[in-house]
Design a protein around this ligand. Structure first.
Ligand code: SAH
Ligand code: SF4
Length: 425
């Protein structure tokens, strides 16, 4: 979502006469978009900011801005800890970035971490009609009302909000006109989407996907991230029957221990998750499952951790993300007794070893198969392209550049650590 937000912030500033540059030395304004989900991500902001000190001394007019969830959560503290910051803007007010930049120019510093009434998506300007890469993100839902005990999202991104279907369709059409062939619908709880649809009806994520399925030129639809409790029947049915919806599902479970799930306030059990996975696989047998795991949550015993490994063995993931529990200020779990760092590290290693084996097995099973690949860009080698299979594996193929942006059949011949290779059929 930060990638998407960054693109939109660039558009706001382009509307105010700025132009994007990759070189900090050239910039009149440096914008850091930040993540607050774990401590490491949040701390990185301060070290990154430190790197701009000399530049700021040399160019006193240079504006340094911090956006995103660290800005939301620690705006005042950032201003205090890092005097070189001129501007702080939270994830719900970045459509005001250009005005804020003016304010910072006039008064020295500006901060906006409000949750404004107006819809930032509506206020954001019309995008320039320049060509885009074949795959794009599109935020359809933001915020979360679930309040898992470890998570800052409900505090930084705010309450759950769904964008109206018409706005999403307009944005999707524009993306397709600009060369996009695959759209990944984004939301912290994307499958809880319930936006204003047509004929006064509220649309579910599945209903939205069926609308997008009608869009000529759009070839692939994905969505992320889903909560197990919001996997509705119509979404399973879409996975079974909707041609453009890709057979890949990111469905975080966090832990395989019911005791820990309860302490996490996850409101599902290990068994209900496994039953759900069975249902999903009945609807779409070849679906590739991905997940998120947290190890070392407060009170997690060896038996709890073993239950997580057991769940992984049972589900068999094609891909996954896993993290050591990180205390986040203001969340309930941060107040509890914490496990030693060493134990967290040991458990993470064990968990990741198992997940990597499963990932490798899934990836290797693609060898000999014919997959459909959306070519996205040139590869590292001369004459090579890289694209994504329906299962989201990166695939390297020797093929002409003219095929970028198209979906082609590819015979898979090899599997390496993070990608597949094959030849055009
Ligand atoms: N809405 C999604 C997840 C959003 S956050 C869901 O409900 O699953 C992305 C991932 O970051 C989470 O799934 C979780 O695994 C991880 N995460 C969130 N807070 C964390 C914390 N305090 N420490 C470690 N990992 C965390
Ligand atoms: Fe965070 Fe996801 Fe839980 Fe919401 S459902 S609180 S985003 S982990």
């Amino acid at each position: 979502m930060n990638v998407y937000d960054s693109e939109r912030m660039v558009e706001v500033m382009e509307g105010a006469g700025f132009e994007q540059t990759d070189r900090a030395d050239d910039a009149d304004m440096i914008l850091l978009n930040t993540c607050h989900i774990r401590e490491k991500a949040a701390e990185k902001v301060y070290s990154e900011l430190g790197r701009f000190k000399n530049l700021k001394n040399e160019k006193p007019n240079l504006k340094v801005a911090v956006a995103g969830c660290v800005a939301q959560a620690e705006g005042e503290e950032i201003m205090r800890r890092q005097p070189l910051v001129d501007l702080v803007v939270g994830p719900q007010s970045y459509h005001r970035l250009a005005e804020l930049e003016k304010v910072a120019h006039q008064t020295g510093r500006a901060i906006d971490t409000d949750f404004p009434e107006e819809d930032k998506f509506n206020v954001l300007g019309v995008r320039p009609k320049i060509k885009r890469a074949p795959s794009a993100f599109l935020t359809v839902q933001e915020g979360c009302d679930k309040f898992c005990a470890f998570c800052v999202v409900p505090y930084t991104r705010g309450a759950e909000v769904s964008r109206p279907v018409q706005n999403i369709l307009n944005e999707a059409k524009e993306l397709v006109e600009r060369g996009v062939r695959e759209i990944t619908l984004l939301g912290q709880n994307v499958n809880a989407y319930h936006g204003e649809g047509f004929q006064g009806r509220e649309y579910s994520l599945a209903a939205l996907i069926w609308e997008l399925n009608k869009l000529d030129g759009l070839e692939r639809i994905r969505f992320t991230t889903s909560h197990p409790n919001d996997m509705s029947l119509d979404l399973l049915e879409a996975h079974a029957n909707c041609e453009k919806l890709m057979p890949y599902l990111h469905l975080p479970v966090q832990s395989g221990s019911d005791r820990i799930l309860k302490r996490m306030n996850r409101s599902h059990t290990a068994q209900s998750y496994i039953d759900l996975v069975d249902e999903i696989r009945r609807a779409r047998p070849d679906i590739l499952l991905s997940g998120d795991f947290i190890v070392g949550f407060p009170e997690e015993t060896d038996a709890d951790f073993e239950a997580t490994l057991e769940l992984i063995r049972e589900v068999k993931y094609g891909q996954a993300y896993s993290f050591k529990y990180s205390t986040r200020p203001g969340t309930p779990a941060a107040e509890r007794d914490q496990l030693p760092e060493k134990l967290k590290t040991k458990r993470l290693y064990e968990l990741q070893t198992l997940l990597s084996q499963q990932q490798k097995t899934t990836q290797d099973s693609m060898i000999g198969r014919d997959l459909r690949v959306l070519f996205e860009k040139p590869g590292r080698l001369e004459g090579q392209l890289v694209g994504k299979s329906e299962y989201l594996h990166a695939v390297h193929v020797f093929a002409p550049r003219s095929l970028i942006g198209s979906v082609q059949s590819v015979h898979i011949t090899a599997s390496s650590s993070n990608s597949l290779a094959g030849s055009l059929i």
